[in-house]
Design a binder for this molecule. Structure first.
Ligand SMILES: *[C@@H]1O[C@H](CO)[C@@H](O)[C@H](O)[C@H]1NC(C)=O
Ligand SMILES: *[C@@H]1O[C@H](CO)[C@@H](O)[C@H](O)[C@H]1NC(C)=O
Ligand SMILES: *[C@@H]1O[C@H](CO)[C@@H](O)[C@H](O)[C@H]1NC(C)=O
Ligand SMILES: *[C@@H]1O[C@H](CO)[C@@H](O)[C@H](O)[C@H]1NC(C)=O
Ligand SMILES: *[C@@H]1O[C@H](CO)[C@@H](O)[C@H](O)[C@H]1NC(C)=O
Ligand SMILES: *[C@@H]1O[C@H](CO)[C@@H](O)[C@H](O)[C@H]1NC(C)=O
Ligand SMILES: *[C@@H]1O[C@H](CO)[C@@H](O)[C@H](O)[C@H]1NC(C)=O
Ligand SMILES: *[C@@H]1O[C@H](CO)[C@@H](O)[C@H](O)[C@H]1NC(C)=O
Ligand SMILES: *[C@@H]1O[C@H](CO)[C@@H](O)[C@H](O)[C@H]1NC(C)=O
Length: 888
């Protein structure tokens, strides 16, 4: 029998899976905030403050034509230069101050609604409309849409609704303010009139348009026979970031304390051909894009995934404070709670317009090969996904001031002929490429980001480096960049070192396993050589400009010389390896061998590779799933097994096996009678000893052997299963809802791979029982399409996917198991396993009105309008399991 919760879930899911709808949803950032309204108050200061999404040149006098000159828009589709605006929300504290409620972005839906939608018309140039009524302060049940027996009418007031997004689960939507403590924000929603008279581009009483009979579906009145794409806005206000403890109240910029006066404006700026093509291909019964702009080719062609960053909020045009804590609402609107209609009250003195440079004459484009800046020429782009980076020399980043000029100058100053820009803020240098350049066609199809120091230049992109080169400059005369194993370096004292090549750093263990040191200012080939010679090593290697490693053998593979192009910190004429790459040199004492031994802790190897593996004293544990391996040596400077160490006066092989199996660790061992160790790998420096070295009875069972002094009875946990990245992840208690595995990503420096972008929220928690499924449940409940697990116990959610230039790593880099399930991976240190909600499960389905045309219902009793509106979509779900997370 189904639980109440899953029965309700099936009901909610059926609302959007039954009738596949054609639509697209576009996310927008803010472009302007202030008292501007080119529809209602063209050329003047508007009555109340708006938050606007759309073209960068939004202005008091904007028209369809003026929008066409914009060089960007804060919405994702760049061929849509329309403007979309809604009132700003404030919180009135009991001390009389008004606090701006942070705006968390606008989502605009273009829906295929209306029974006549086969004849859907694109918005004509010059079309504009206001939906809602700013003067309303009460629910009006009497003003109805046009309807007939088959398609009943509805109160027009139902065009406005609110959804309180709370972790306690969905709750009924309401037509006015109701619950305002919403842990993920309050979502205000407005449905636009979609029926047009076919003649007038605008009428100030809005009579050029009419609502569909069912507001979000149904028929048009005969007076308004044309159907436009149905516009629906969702605006998220972060009410959760306001301290509501003083018992104040929320109020819109127009003075509305009830929510009934919420409204939305739309001024068309679409490229006519693009909107026409999108309507014919991505609306209608045969459309297959399922809401996704990326699957609608006419729209996808101009999507800028970095829209909110590449088209950020512009300087305020009206000289008036609208942000932070205010004494009065902008325009002096008094808070009014109705129920009668409110008058707009305007301050006696109006602010002036600020002087802001009109940039309509400016354009901007990505670099093309041959472009030049100072002495550098643009060569093309290279992908920076995984190791090595395209340019492996010095690097720096500047979150506010990166430009092509500053990056190329930095590289040139440090002796490099190549400069690469990435992720708006990062600059890399090298003398040679470590990865191939992509073709101009591939490069021009990649999304780029504007430089943090110049919004008219592009500085690479996500995992994408723009490469510039000074063709005249050959760099300083450098030692250590030879072509073969013949290059020599003469050392003080007459000895010569021979270059062996550029080698990969090891994974798990170092490529050169002897001693090492680093010096951020004084590293040179000579200094490293002297250091390793003192320890009687045969090889030395320098890495990342300032690290020195010694050893007797090198076990990793050789890579392209360009990988080792970081200049030594102590000698600008020498190369000292690269990131995870070593410039390896041999000293006179070196004789190349084919040995693959990774031991080597000095010049006189200890012969520890004992060949005798006695089985005479094999202990016999009763635990299942264990197989004895051998008696192993403990290691100095790090234990032989490093993931678990525990001691007990009651230690047995079985007890230690249980510990290792609970943590799903492949190896465990017992040492010195009472110690239990476990780990994922046996330290390479641990070697097999004579079996007699493991001779101590276990403290908890004298019949069993528990190692000896510095000797470990080593076992294989044969129940170990390789931790997996579940794909798909089934969201618990959400039948059919799944996230798909996306990959392992490095956290970019201090920023977060699933951090917040300016207009889309993110969320993070830590849990001592984290599993991939628990994180999925949390992120889905909060409405996020992306999730990630990190460090075994952390869960991140966001709506935007991977941001901040996070780099894709191999799955092996994310191998920390989840604290709540060691058979699953939960990222690594500063590394995330990222998952994306599978399409079809998107939040859209849960939250947008999805009523079917009234034709499928019995004729509603249109003669008797309801006094209170029914919730449009949501049904309260049953109790959700409470899970305790710590939020930071
Ligand atoms: C669509 O337009 C055609 C021609 O203008 C008209 O005959 C037809 O009735 C319209 N369809 C609907 C459903 O309105
Ligand atoms: C949808 O596709 C079917 C089959 O290809 C076709 O017969 C029908 O005319 C199409 N409908 C529209 C509205 O394009
Ligand atoms: C903007 O307003 C401030 C304070 O009201 C005033 O001092 C300043 O002169 C105004 N600037 C412009 C350009 O009007
Ligand atoms: C806004 O419009 C006014 C009047 O057309 C114009 O003078 C001004 O330069 C515009 N401002 C911007 C920033 O485009
Ligand atoms: C640019 O190149 C010219 C000619 O090769 C050279 O004289 C000049 O110093 C270079 N400028 C810089 C900043 O390197
Ligand atoms: C970033 O660039 C700006 C402008 O060039 C400069 O003033 C600032 O010092 C730089 N910041 C860092 C951290 O380099
Ligand atoms: C080192 O190389 C120099 C020049 O190639 C040579 O004269 C010298 O004999 C070499 N030293 C040794 C110890 O091989
Ligand atoms: C680093 O090298 C410099 C120059 O050789 C030296 O003066 C300094 O003491 C070294 N620093 C350390 C920490 O070894
Ligand atoms: C450990 O046991 C597993 C399962 O029996 C086996 O596949 C694996 O090779 C063993 N590993 C070692 C190092 O013996």
């Amino acid at each position: 029998m189904k639980t109440l919760q899953s029965a309700l879930l099936v009901f909610v899911l059926s609302l959007f899976f039954d009738d596949v709808e054609a639509f697209w949803r576009m996310v927008c950032g803010t472009i302007q905030m202030g008292r501007i309204d080119p529809i209602i108050n063209p050329g003047a200061i508007a009555g109340h403050c708006h938050t606007v999404a759309g073209p960068n040149n939004f202005n008091t006098t904007s028209t369809y034509e003026s929008y066409q000159a914009a060089y960007c828009t804060s919405c994702s589709i760049q061929k849509d230069k329309s403007a979309y605006w809604t009132p700003q929300l404030y919180y009135r504290h009991t001390n009389g101050m008004f606090e701006e409620v942070p705006h968390d972005g606008t989502v605009v839906y273009y829906l295929d609604r209306g029974v006549g939608a086969v004849n859907m018309t694109a918005f004509p140039p010059g079309y504009r409309v206001l939906a809602g009524d700013p003067a309303l302060r009460a629910y009006d049940p009497n003003t109805l849409t046009y309807g007939n027996r088959q398609y009943g009418s509805e109160p027009v007031a139902n065009r406005v609704s609110y959804a309180c997004l709370d972790s306690s689960g969905p709750m009924p939507e309401t037509p006015g303010f109701n619950r305002m403590k919403c842990s993920s924000g309050l979502r205000a929603q407005i449905q636009f009139p979609s029926c047009w008279d076919g003649v007038n581009l605008y009428k100030s009483d809005q009579s050029h348009v009419a609502h569909l009979s069912g507001i979000d579906n149904g028929i048009c009145p005969p007076t308004h026979p044309k159907t436009f794409p149905h516009l629906f806005f969702e605006v998220i206000y972060s009410v959760n970031s306001i301290d509501q403890s003083d018992g104040g109240y929320f109020v819109f910029s127009n003075g509305d304390t009830t929510g009934y006066g919420f409204h939305g404006d739309f001024q068309n700026g679409w490229d006519v051909d693009v909107l026409d093509a999108a309507i014919s291909q991505c609306m209608g019964a045969n459309a297959t894009n399922g809401g996704q702009i990326g699957l609608c080719p006419p729209l996808a062609a101009s999507v800028d995934p970095f829209f909110s960053r590449n088209c950020p909020e512009q300087a305020p045009l009206v000289n008036e404070t609208t942000k932070g804590m205010l004494k009065v609402l902008p325009g002096c609107n008094p808070p009014t709670g109705g129920p009668s209609r409110a008058q707009q009250n305007i301050c006696p003195v109006q602010p002036a317009l600020n002087y802001v440079d009109n940039q309509d004459y400016k354009t901007r484009s990505k670099p093309v090969p041959g472009d030049s800046v100072a002495n550098f020429t643009y060569k093309g782009c290279a992908f920076d996904t995984g190791q090595p980076r395209p340019l492996t020399g010095m690097s720096y980043s500047n979150q506010t001031g990166m430009t092509i000029d500053s990056c190329t100058a930095f590289c040139r100053k440090n002796g490099y002929a190549m400069a690469g820009l990435e992720y708006a803020s990062q600059c890399y240098c090298a003398s040679a490429l470590s990865r191939e350049l992509q073709s101009p066609a591939v490069c021009s199809s990649q999304s780029a980001m504007i430089c943090t120091g110049d919004s008219f230049q592009f500085c690479g992109g996500q995992g994408l480096m723009h490469i510039w080169q000074d063709d005249q400059y050959t760099g300083p005369v450098l030692k250590g960049l030879p072509v073969a194993d013949v290059s020599t370096l003469s050392l003080p004292g007459g000895e010569n070192a021979t270059y062996r090549g550029c080698y990969k750093e090891g994974t798990g263990a170092r490529a050169l396993t002897g001693t090492s040191y680093s010096n951020n200012t004084g590293m040179s080939l000579e200094n490293c050589a002297a250091f390793c010679k003192r320890g009687n090593f045969a090889l030395f290697g320098t890495e990342y400009g300032n690290e020195c490693y010694c050893g007797n053998t090198i076990t990793t593979e050789k890579v392209l010389q360009g990988n080792c192009s970081v200049i030594c910190s102590g000698d600008k004429t020498e190369f000292c390896g690269g990131g995870s790459r070593l410039s390896v040199w041999s000293l006179g004492s070196y004789t190349p061998s084919s040995s693959s031994s990774t031991t080597g802790t000095g010049s006189n190897p200890t012969g520890s590779q004992s060949s005798t593996t006695s089985t005479s004293a094999t202990p016999l544990p009763s635990a299942s799933g264990v197989a004895y391996l051998d008696c192993y040596s403990e290691t100095t400077g790090g234990r032989a097994l490093s993931s678990l160490f525990t001691t007990s006066g009651q230690m047995t092989v079985d007890l230690c096996a249980q510990r290792a199996q609970a943590l799903n660790l492949p190896f465990f061992g017992l040492e010195f009678a009472s110690q239990c160790l476990a780990g994922s790998v046996i330290n390479a420096a641990s070697s097999i000893l004579q079996s007699t070295k493991c001779n101590m009875p276990c403290s908890g069972n004298t019949q069993q052997t528990c190692g000896g002094p510095n000797a470990i009875s080593m076992y294989n946990n044969t129940l170990y299963v390789k931790p997996r990245n579940p794909d798909p992840v089934n969201v618990p208690n959400q039948a059919g809802v799944q996230y798909g595995y996306y990959g392992c990503y490095a956290e970019p420096g201090t920023a977060r791979a699933l951090g917040s972008t300016s207009n889309m929220g993110s969320f993070a928690t830590e849990s001592s029982s984290l599993t991939v499924e628990a994180c999925a449940a949390l992120c889905f409940a909060k409405g996020y399409n992306w999730m990630g697990v990190e460090n075994g116990n952390q869960c991140f959610c966001n709506g935007a996917g991977i941001v901040n230039g996070a780099i894709n790593l191999t799955d092996a880099d994310c191998s920390t198991t989840c604290v709540g399930d060691p058979k699953e991976n939960c990222g690594g240190t500063a590394k995330l396993n990222v998952y994306q909600l599978k399409s079809g499960n998107s939040r859209f389905g849960k939250t947008t009105p999805s009523k079917k045309p009234a034709s499928t219902k019995p004729p509603p009793s249109s003669s008797k309008p309801k006094r209170t509106p029914a919730p449009t979509t949501f049904v309260t779900s049953g109790k959700r399991p409470t899970r305790r997370y710590r939020t930071w």
